[in-house]
Design a protein around this ligand. Sequence first.
Ligand code: SAH
Length: 403
Amino acid sequence: MGYNKKPEKKTTDKKYVKKDFSCSVDKKCGGCQYLTMNYQEQLKMKQASVRKLLEPFGKTGAIIGMEDSFHYRNKVHAVFDRLRDGTVISGVYQEGTHNVVPVTSCLIEDEKSDAIINDIRGLLKSFKIKTYDEDTGYGLLRHVLVRRGFASGQIMVVLVLGSPILPSKNNFVKALRKLHPEISTVVINVNDKKTSMVLGEKESVIYGKGFIEDTLCGCTFRISPKSFYQVNPVQTEKLYGKAMELAQLTGKEKVIDAYCGIGTIGMVAAKQVREVIGVELNKDAVRDAIGNAKRNDMKNIRFVQGDATEFMMAMAARGEKADVVFMDPPRSGSTEDFMNAAVKLGPSRIVYISCNPETLARDLKYITKRGYRMREAYPVDMFPHCDHCEVVCLLQKNNVECR
Ligand code: SAH
């Protein structure tokens, strides 16, 4: 984060835009582990490591990379602090510490959001807003979160304060919107706890609707400050597109979207199937999912709040069936009970979307001994310059030929 532009080098591969940047806080921030490696090398490395992990189960296709791998993050978070001489800084915590590394621009963050954060820093003095001191609890502004809908252009600014009152809030919003008229909503979030969590419980909207909307794969999603939303929308569309292709939907299927979040995968699928049931543990996410289905006038999808494993086991116990199961568990992966239940529902296809190839391989070892085989897997680079890699793979029931 915080970069100096170097002259561009010539490249022979036109598919990926190769820029050569360096970052002034790279070592301290620790966010981009692969920044010193060129992007095509990164892709090769991710491809090789996923291929090696999944080799015992089947074929891994070519990694889906980004054409322009910079400034892809639609969500930017900055922690505010001040130096001994009173200078206000904003940036990220140095890895493993609570020391703030100042960041004014970042290679992977949305540039507009970075500019807004810099201008908020500039406005604090004239509005006499003090930054919050974690040790003494003195001061007001703790964090700023900016989310931009890349498709809608809508921008949400969340000011995380140590106490609920922002003096001259209307004038502050006016001054900020004068600099950035694109800001569509400003929310105050109150976090008065000694915690490493960024957001607190209480919220008040001081400008606009309190949420933004964005479009993915032709569906519109409402995103409130606390909702989970994929941070790289360009790659998310490719990921979901691949997931739908692997699912080979014909319009007749009954589909389960397990670990569904705000319902994104299920809603994209709902346009191409008979019926979808989404299941998700987080109450806020389920509320958003239900609202999103209504907003898009989708009547063939419903959502259940609960543990995905318990839900699947209960379905299986009632003797219910499903044609396709999408599963997108957190980094820790799925459970043996979930997979046993999924097998009992008898889907001819299971599409497993994973943000952790290691737990994916562990789960594949289990499910491939229970009547399913992995037909194809595709790594998708959702986090360029960082050491994570997403994978989407198709598991097919052994006696079914559909691809
Ligand atoms: N499919 C969504 C969200 C994936 S993130 C998307 O693409 O945006 C994984 C989701 O699994 C999170 O929303 C998390 O709240 C949910 N989750 C975690 N454990 C769960 C469980 N045991 N049962 C159901 N959902 C769970």
